[in-house]
Design a protein around this ligand. Sequence first.
Ligand code: NAD
Length: 424
Amino acid sequence: MLYKEPAPIKDRENPFESMMSRFNIAAEILGLDEEVYNVLKTPTRQVIVNVPVTMDDGKVRVFEGYRVIHSTILGPSKGGIRFAPDVFLDEVKALAAWMTWKCAVVDIPYGGAKGGVICDPFSMSAGEMERLTRAYTQALIDTFGPDQDIPAPDMGTGPREMAWLMDEYSRMKGSTIHAVVTGKPLVLGGSLGRVEATGRGVMVSAMAAMEKLGMDPAKSTAVIQGFGNVGAWAAKLMAERGVKILGVSDVSGAYWNDNGIDIEEAIEYKNNNKGRLEGYKNAEKISNDELLVSKVDVLVPAAVEDVITIKNVDQIQARLIVEGANGPTSYKADNIINEKGIMVVPDILANSGGVTVSYFEWVQNRMGFKWTLDRVNERAERIMNESFERVYAASQKYNVPMRIAAYIVAIDKVAMTYKYRGGF
Ligand code: NAD
């Protein structure tokens, strides 16, 4: 599985309410009128399907699946499909809304959606996964579509499932329709640069924020939590710009070197070690908790949600946090971060390089033409920089932290579009 698309905050109590807490602050500052508030706070459509699938033992099991379309105001809805045993409707609702805001922040013409199927992908055979993916696609054949709703990978799904989805959809429609899904394998119309797109966007956001804070990358230090797709690419690209990466971590623990981790070497080690840093020698082993509160200039959480919470926020020493992961900071930690004067480039901005290049994949599919890697990177960097500047300007104008500013930019864009389009 190479990459996933934006998942969000996962405040286990109620992810939708956690997302709404930040939405509400921004809506109030914007003076959003009640009509638009009511439109944006509820998803447009929630579909629940039950799909029968023949398992390898010959028995038929019925899987419950969801597709939530939060908004189509800006364009066709976009969002990943999560295969997980604990996925639930409120989580999918939160994720769908998250996608609306993320697409609006980077100003791409998409609404937000998300899908999920309750299953355990790690205990299922490839055949079972294929039959489930095809059955789920059939059940949602009237929902998906290149001009309606465009899925992508999320937790538990990847390019393989997207290829099956594209194939099933195309068979049912009677022609090959690449643009119905993004995150496909390269040979099937995937985009160059998609794999590294999120990490690259994190790097671009970090550079833009450092410039605002008057920090010289070549004299700055950073730690990266998570050394998967997003974390490793962010570390590599930040190191190339002179930032000294003092620590990196993954599920096996954290690794620290006062002279800086050799990122190329650590990536090579990980690639030859089943994707893990376990046993990495050229660094001192510390705990993941220590890494998060270590004395560095920049902290990049790029692993899981809820790692910066009221339990550790007091001890955070970084001046800048760039959220590669979705929802790494709990809502309750926001105020203390703001009091400490730490700048946070929020997830809906910092990790939106991924959905931006997914959008490029869709554009290329519709043109029937492939862009070069340079063209993809140059256009994605421009979008990231412009988006950062928009959010930064809003934070200055409304005198709010970058997170709330990002919501303001997103809600304002969607609300204005809604006003022009008109309701009933
Ligand atoms: P990944 O599976 O490739 O990597 C995750 C990394 O985090 C691994 O190194 C894993 O070992 C590590 N990890 C897991 N639990 C940890 C823990 N408790 N402490 C420290 N490290 C831990 O995933 P990814 O694609 O890099 O995604 C990372 C985050 O970025 C997720 O929140 C994801 O939703 C978000 N995101 C990813 C993309 C994308 O394009 N890949 C886009 C937007 C957002």
